[in-house]
Ligand binder design. Sequence first.
Ligand code: SF4
Ligand code: SF4
Length: 66
Amino acid sequence: MAYKINADLCTGCDDCVADCPTASISVKKGVYVINANECTECDGDFDKPQCVKVCPIKGCITQIAA
Ligand code: SF4
Ligand code: SF4
């Protein structure tokens, strides 16, 4: 399982990138994206997904349904 960034809500503040323990967040053509193959949901690193924790926009980063 993984998280995704909803591009419609993302403001491009860049806060999430540095806090991802697996470096799964990148910017492609100005759009912030999470590599679902690399996102671990922070399992083993943190109790809560760090990107969701730092993102200032509610609902911007959500879990991909399994
Ligand atoms: S849930 Fe954790 S591992 Fe996945 S993108 Fe967010 S910060 Fe990175
Ligand atoms: S923290 Fe949220 S609003 Fe900021 S770049 Fe990341 S996904 Fe976009």
